[in-house]
Design a protein around this ligand. Structure first.
Ligand SMILES: *[C@@H]1O[C@H](CO)[C@@H](O)[C@H](O)[C@H]1NC(C)=O
Length: 171
């Protein structure tokens, strides 16, 4: 649970950084981010922590890294991109596409037509509106403590007088 909270903070802060810094929105940054994230995922697996919920909190950032890497030209690309980014809000997806910096000599700028096509598709599937832009990194997950019922029959328990617990009553 501590790791999930910590990685949520790492993931949310990085995603916010990506959303606010144009220089991070590039294909090469996407590759680096994906590689770094896969190292974290591998470490979690090696520690047997894949069920801890820690992998899930990294997932929006994984999708953002993939968004930076996929082709962004045709209508099919727009459809594929939308089915990839299920954990990002429409506002986040559009912001990253607008900020995307093409690799010099290798890529074209993402066309306004492509961006509005993505925007339309996301509006259709995401009914809650554009959603928020930045991740609320102050979010705290509730801590869950496992409850194990006592094997003792408490009503048969005899409390020694020497413990001075006379105020304890039987319910
Ligand atoms: C990836 O991790 C390296 C350190 O291992 C760091 O220098 C680099 O900035 C990270 N890049 C991204 C995009 O997270």
């Amino acid at each position: 649970q501590a790791l999930r909270q910590l990685l949520f903070l790492v993931s949310g802060t990085t995603l916010n950084c990506l959303l606010l810094r144009k220089d991070m929105c590039s294909w090469s940054c996407g590759i680096q981010l994906r590689y770094n994230l896969s190292q974290l995922e591998q470490w979690l697996r090696a520690q047997g922590l894949q069920q801890s919920g820690a992998c899930e909190v990294l997932e929006p950032l994984v999708q953002a890294a993939q968004l930076l890497q996929v082709k962004k030209v045709t209508e099919e690309d727009a459809g594929a991109l939308c089915s990839l980014c299920t954990l990002l809000t429409p506002q986040q997806v559009v912001k990253i596409l607008r900020a995307y910096t093409p690799a010099v000599g290798l890529e074209e700028r993402v066309s306004p037509g492509f961006i509005s096509s993505v925007e339309r598709r996301l509006q259709d599937s995401y009914r809650e509106g554009p959603g928020q832009l930045l991740v609320d990194t102050s979010h705290i997950f509730p801590v869950q403590l496992p409850f194990t019922a006592s094997p003792l029959h408490l009503d048969e328990l005899h409390i020694p007088e020497s413990l001075n617990l006379a105020f304890l009553g039987r319910l």
